[in-house]
Design a protein around this ligand. Structure first.
Ligand code: UD1
Length: 370
């Protein structure tokens, strides 16, 4: 039944990926559509382009080489988004896709949705409905606008349904499917070798992992100062390894972030290496979105250094809590004393069961047939 779809539709589905967190969300959807023999192609915008920010994820996740790489690269929000709009419009005009599938909340996501909508191409948004209600986060703007332009809204967490309904989304367009990022995690669980990762870095048995890249934490000298103090304080309590995102490295160094034996600063890591490290960590300190979810799925305590989260389910059903920079050390002490709730004792978020990609593919297939 699946094979003729490509024929009937002519133009294939286009998956738009561009930045690191897109890749693990797209992989299970692409795979599930491949199983159904739906014609598809992958367009990489080139928002992330370093080997450690992009290529290694394609290899680790067994993703097909992108059919097209637009090579858009970095810039201010306006510069980057404008370049994305121009390049994506050319790509979509060349071969009008039957459906444009976008992921998450990065600039590539909103740019693809906007271009598609103006060309009257239908858009599917994977990870719809998440809201931090923080208008200072560029991702929040990207989320709201992408959802407003999408015909298929794939929701990872039940509160997303209510957010979308409140904003006037048609109930028929909302599909609660679970979390494809967790599909990828579950599919690769056997490859996350914590001991090997720890030994490769020569870490002590007990260690913490840190990641930092949010503009709110790294862009201003004041914010960088607070976060660096928190990290240095934590490293005096437990050995800390930070795979450092290229953004903000300079600002953090200026604020006094120095590599040493207690505080390891390493290059960004691939998917398997990073989650191996996280799996064996006593705790994770982060300002990432996806890592809040991955630590919940792995049962590793997570301290999120942000004033809010668009992923509150990782607090109510997982291992996450929000902290101020000054709260990192006290919260870490609690975790290390064994006082923190750990997933596994809890039920976990609903439908984070490794089958989100299949549910998404089912909906897309039915939509194409209709
Ligand atoms: C982007 C997303 C953010 C996501 C993050 C994950 C937006 C608005 N933000 O932030 O939501 O959490 O990806 O990593 O889309 N750089 C490199 N090499 C690269 C990519 C970036 O050196 O391969 C450096 C450049 O200095 C660049 C800076 O990182 O200017 C920021 O990159 P950009 O893609 O604009 O945003 P991220 O901070 O990565």
């Amino acid at each position: 039944m699946a094979a003729p779809i490509a024929h009937i539709m002519g133009a294939p589905i286009a998956h738009i990926v561009g930045a690191r967190p897109n890749f693990m969300k797209a992989a299970p959807v692409i795979r599930a559509l491949e199983d159904r023999e739906v014609a598809q192609r992958v367009i990489h915008t080139g928002q992330h382009y370093d080997a450690t920010m992009s290529d290694i994820f394609f290899r680790d996740l067994g993703l097909p080489e992108p059919d097209l790489n637009l090579g858009v690269g970095s810039g201010s929000h306006a510069t980057q988004t404008a370049a994305l709009l121009v390049a994506l419009e050319k790509a979509f005009e060349r071969e009008r896709p039957a459906l444009v599938v976008v992921y998450g909340d990065v600039n590539s996501t909103i740019a693809a949705a906007l271009v598609a909508a103006k060309l009257v191409l239908p858009v599917a948004h994977v990870e719809a409905g998440l809201r931090s209600f923080d208008p200072t986060m560029p991702e929040e703007i990207n989320r709201r606008l992408t959802d407003a332009l999408s015909e298929l809204l794939f929701v990872t967490s039940p509160e997303g349904i209510a957010h979308l309904a409140r904003e006037g989304a048609d109930a028929a367009s909302i599909h609660f499917v679970g979390n494809p990022m967790i599909d990828t995690l579950m599919a690769n669980l056997d490859r996350f070798d914590a001991d090997a990762a720890r030994e490769r870095l020569g870490l002590e048995t007990e260690y913490a992992v840190g990641t930092l890249h949010r503009p709110g934490n790294v862009d201003s000298p004041e914010a960088a100062q607070r976060i660096v103090s928190a990290m240095v304080g934590l490293s005096e309590r437990i050995q800390l390894v930070i795979p450092l995102h290229p953004r903000g490295g300079g600002q953090l160094a200026a604020a006094g972030l120095r590599a040493g034996d207690r505080l390891r600063i390493v290059d960004p890591m691939g998917y398997i290496e990073f989650l191996s490290l996280v799996r064996g960590a006593r705790l994770v300190v982060t300002d990432s979105g996806g890592i809040q979810e991955e630590t919940t799925a792995l049962g590793v305590p997570c301290l999120t250094v942000r004033p809010n989260t668009e992923r509150p389910i990782t607090i109510s059903h997982g291992t996450n809590r929000l902290v101020e920079p000054e709260g990192v050390l006290p919260a870490a002490e609690k975790v290390l004393a064994g006082g923190a709730a750990v997933a596994g004792e809890r039920e976990g978020p609903p439908l984070w069961d490794g089958r989100a990609g299949e549910r998404i593919a089912d909906v897309i297939e039915a939509w194409l047939n209709a």
